[in-house]
Write a protein that binds this ligand. Structure first.
Ligand code: PLP
Length: 365
């Protein structure tokens, strides 16, 4: 196997979901396993976590189909934008539709009628994200129409928070109020409220206990990473992922012999330079050049010279580091937050961009 790989601690993922469950109970849990389970590898994560989850969430219909092909039987919510022509796939694979428009609702009802498969839908109410969904101020006709549909199953109604990780909760409270206003329309018309109301992503789970309703949708938090430095850490979760590699080349480099493309770095005095067989094609961002740090034998060393597609170099000074020694790129003290900061991005992107070329290895304590 390639010396560069991701080790995923499944036991830690189970502990994370249990910690979230204890905190939000009796609300159900829909862990998001979109984007290859936030880089952790959906093929290993989804079958393992299914028994501890109430449903699973993805973003695109192909991800939902892939879960069914893996043998997942629990409900799967495709919580992302779907085109009307893709709706028949929801009947074929028993996927739950994020119903974000009148067109999708009409299509779901028509496909359910003609195939006899009762498509499950969750009405997507846009309360302040302006991404997908029917705006709260236009929702009345939408939910009346959905309630009148005979062939679909309106199982849920939900909204998505735009600023949930921020310490200032006022935007979230405003979204929550708008969502409650839509729910109240059911009472106004003496109609039953869909059984699953849900609002909270990771930031909402940490900041908005008043918004758990019947279900929560943790993504980043399930993987043990807090969404942002400012978030309140009210639930004890831990990262489950360690990105490992090994030294593939070791040498001494002199001043006047700059390292890597662009000659962006050179030693001030002779120093030990080791080469790690991992690069930006693996998701080790080029933008971290001369900023990243790695662990070799518990000690931190600076990454130096331009990060290449398949390699990067590390200055190990006078230490005796040899070919084959283990290098930790992420995990054990190097946090997703650190890589995010060196790159100028969010923890989310650090995880989701870890490349397909990096093998995923699962450990279960
Ligand atoms: C991705 C996503 C989530 C999970 O978000 P996190 O911030 O990772 O918890 C929840 N709901 C929807 C609709 C999403 O698209």
């Amino acid at each position: 196997m390639r010396p560069t790989y991701l080790e995923i601690n499944l036991t830690q993922l189970r502990k994370n979901i249990e910690a979230i469950r204890a905190h939000v109970a009796p609300a159900k849990i829909l862990p998001m396993v979109k984007a290859n389970a936030y880089g952790h590898g959906v093929d290993g994560v989804a079958p393992f976590i299914e028994p501890y989850a109430d449903s699973l969430g993805v973003a695109v219909v192909e991800e939902g189909i892939h879960l069914r092909e893996l043998g997942i039987r629990k409900p799967i919510l495709v919580a992302g934008a779907t085109l009307p022509e893709q709706v028949p796939l929801f009947a074929e694979y028993d996927l739950t539709l994020d119903c974000a428009s009148h067109d999708l609702l009409d299509m779901a009802e028509e496909v359910s009628r003609s195939t006899g498969a009762r498509i499950k839908i969750h009405l997507n109410i846009d309360t302040g994200m302006e991404r997908t969904g029917v705006r709260d101020y236009e929702a009345e006709a939408f939910l009346l129409k959905a309630s009148a549909c005979k062939h679909i199953e309106v199982e849920g109604i939900y909204t998505h928070l735009a600023n949930s990780e921020m310490p200032d909760r006022s935007y979230s409270f405003m979204q929550l109020e708008r969502f409650q206003g839509v729910i109240d329309l059911y009472n106004k018309h003496s109609l039953p409220v869909p059984p699953l109301r849900h609002v909270c992503n990771s930031g909402g789970i940490l900041h908005l206990p008043e918004a758990y309703f019947e279900m929560v949708r943790p993504g980043l938090l399930f993987y043990g990473v807090y969404p942002g430095a400012e978030v309140e850490r009210t639930i004890d979760v831990k990262p489950a992922l360690t990105w490992r590699s090994r030294v593939a080349h070791s040498k001494r480099t002199r001043p006047g012999r700059p390292v890597s493309y662009g000659s962006l770095w050179q030693a001030e005095a002779e120093t030990g330079i080791v080469t790690v067989p991992c690069g930006y094609a693996d998701g080790y961002f080029r933008r971290m050049t001369n900023r990243a740090r790695v662990l070799i034998g518990q000690k931190e060393y600076p990454q130096v010279g331009r990060i290449c597609m398949d390699h990067f170099m590390v200055d190990v000074g006078e230490d005796d580091i040899r070919v084959g020694d283990e290098v930790i790129l992420l995990g054990e003290g190097i946090r997703a937050e650190d890589l995010a900061q060196w790159t100028g991005t969010a923890e989310y992107e650090v995880l989701t961009d870890i490349g397909a070329r990096v093998p995923r290895v699962y450990v279960n304590e």
